[in-house]
Design a protein around this ligand. Structure first.
Ligand SMILES: [Fe+2]
Ligand SMILES: [Fe+2]
Length: 209
């Protein structure tokens, strides 16, 4: 796990270096939200305080490498926008509730305690990639490639009726495949996750709304 303050400073520096009308509004929105303390998910990866910021920065670092390796020719601003902001749909999205957890060992009598756990409260339920795109468009413009990359960053985790569109989009914009794989590598190779009831998890829930 990375230091929350360090992650926040790096992300704000990177976003602050983007030359696009409206990026200042995105930055203000993030600073006034839970973006830097929210988890990245409830249970799959980065489910601890600061997980979303850490995940966004990891995706940026991997995607920046892929842009060079595959010579996609994306501008630095595009790399920053699509990687750091692909999950902006998760801002003010997670809640904390008391979950009943059995802490007894195998074969022992059940022992239930309440432990804080992450839940979800979506105030704009319009999808995942869709929500990130639309939220960003409320603040600034996006190019067609940026829309394709952010919209389809979940790849094969989308419902199967979307798979034809994903293929078409990825053939149109090869870098969109790389944003998806950067997201996946970051989530399952670089980030930790905690099972319900793990003590460490409990200490990582402070302050999240
Ligand atoms: Fe996502
Ligand atoms: Fe992500």
């Amino acid at each position: 796990m990375k230091d929350i303050q360090e992650v926040k400073e790096r992300i704000l520096n990177l976003l602050g270096s983007i030359d696009r009308k409206g990026i200042d509004k995105v930055i203000k929105y993030l600073e006034e939200s839970d973006f830097f303390i929210a988890p990245a998910s409830t249970r799959f990866h980065g489910n601890y305080e600061g997980g979303l910021g850490e995940h966004s920065l990891n995706v940026y670092e991997l995607f920046k490498e892929k842009n060079e390796r595959y010579d996609f020719g994306l501008s630095e601003d595009t790399v920053k926008i699509v990687s750091l902001l692909h999950d902006i749909c998760k801002v003010n999205f997670y809640t904390v509730y008391d979950k009943n957890v059995n802490i007894a060992g195998a074969g022992e009598k059940p022992k239930w305690i309440k432990q804080p756990a992450y839940g979800v409260k979506d105030d704009l339920p319009i999808g995942h990639g869709e929500k990130s795109v639309i939220r960003l468009l409320q603040f600034m413009s996006l190019t067609k490639d940026e829309i394709l990359m952010i919209r389809w960053h979940m790849g094969g985790y989308e419902p199967k009726e979307n798979l034809n569109n994903i293929s078409a989009a990825w053939n149109m914009c090869k870098a969109a495949t790389a944003l998806h794989t950067a997201d996946l590598e970051s989530s399952y190779i670089l980030e930790e996750h905690f099972e319900p009831g793990e003590n460490k998890n409990q200490t990582k829930l402070r302050g999240v709304r």
